[in-house]
Design a protein around this ligand. Structure first.
Ligand code: AP5
Ligand code: ZN
Length: 212
């Protein structure tokens, strides 16, 4: 299946996408991870304000469209099935995506702003394998240590209170219109994301099964 997962920062897109990739044997295409792996690539020839993605990401601003469009186009060209996470984040990106591929199901994880702030500021990520934890909701067995690989758990640069508030404002201004744009399609499914991951998953799995 070709799955698009939409939602605000912290809505659980990464968490649910990992399960989707596993259960439906599709590729997890995520612009956030791709950009974090290439934070210092030189984008100055793309006529951008900053020379690398890093400056945009640490502030919680969007990386310029040209950079992100190229990443997604490349990733989708080699993926058979996929779950696309983190893109499109504005209407211009949505238009690009329409020329790249056809979607089978569009999921929207809906979560309130207060909950998003708690999830993001409390998130900790394994420095080695990237697994997500949370200081309250998803603690590792040993504080600060990854259950899977023993790596150190760290806070993402953009999970500080200030960057989180900016990310949520950027979402309201740029990405909410994308959700509104897709919301009258027959294959659009809104999921209440403000529940435990297993409960969210039940709805996510059912939505994909009935649309793909
Ligand atoms: P990106 O990496 O895409 O970050 P994001 O959208 O801000 O999303 P997150 O990864 O923070 O949240 P998530 O929804 O995946 O939630 P998660 O499952 O981790 O983008 C980062 C930056 O890259 C952007 O700011 C921008 O600069 C740039 N960028 C990326 N894409 C771009 C694009 N298309 N255009 C331009 N720039 C782009 O969960 C969050 C936390 O909550 C975790 O701690 C988790 O354990 C916990 N949690 C998850 N589910 C639940 C639940 N059901 N109950 C309780 N806790 C939960
Ligand atoms: Zn780890």
């Amino acid at each position: 299946p070709h799955v698009l997962i939409l939602g605000a920062p912290g809505a659980g897109k990464g968490t649910q996408s990992a399960r989707i990739a596993d259960a439906f044997d599709v590729e997890h295409v995520t612009t956030g991870d791709a950009l974090r792996a290439n934070k210092d690539m030189d984008i100055s020839d793309m006529d951008t304000e900053y020379d690398t993605p890093r400056e945009y990401m640490e502030a919680g601003d969007l990386v310029p469209d040209a950079v992100v469009n190229a990443i997604v186009e490349e990733a989708l060209s080699t993926a058979d099935g996929y779950v696309l996470d983190g893109y499109p984040r504005n209407l211009e990106q949505a238009k690009e995506l329409e020329d790249m591929t056809e979607l089978d199901v569009i999921l929207h994880l809906d979560v309130s702003r207060d909950e998003l702030v708690d999830r993001l500021t409390g998130r900790r990520v394994c420095d080695d394998c990237g697994t997500n934890y949370h200081v309250e909701f998803d603690q590792p067995e040993v504080e600060g240590v990854c259950d899977d690989c023993g790596g150190d758990l760290v806070q993402r640069d953009d999970d500080t209170e200030e960057a989180v508030q900016n990310r949520l404002d950027v979402f309201d201004d740029n990405t909410q219109p994308v959700i509104d744009h897709y919301s009258d399609r027959d294959d659009f499914v809104a999921v209440d994301g403000e529940r435990a991951p297993d409960a969210v998953w039940d709805d996510v799995e059912a939505a994909i099964e009935s649309n793909a």
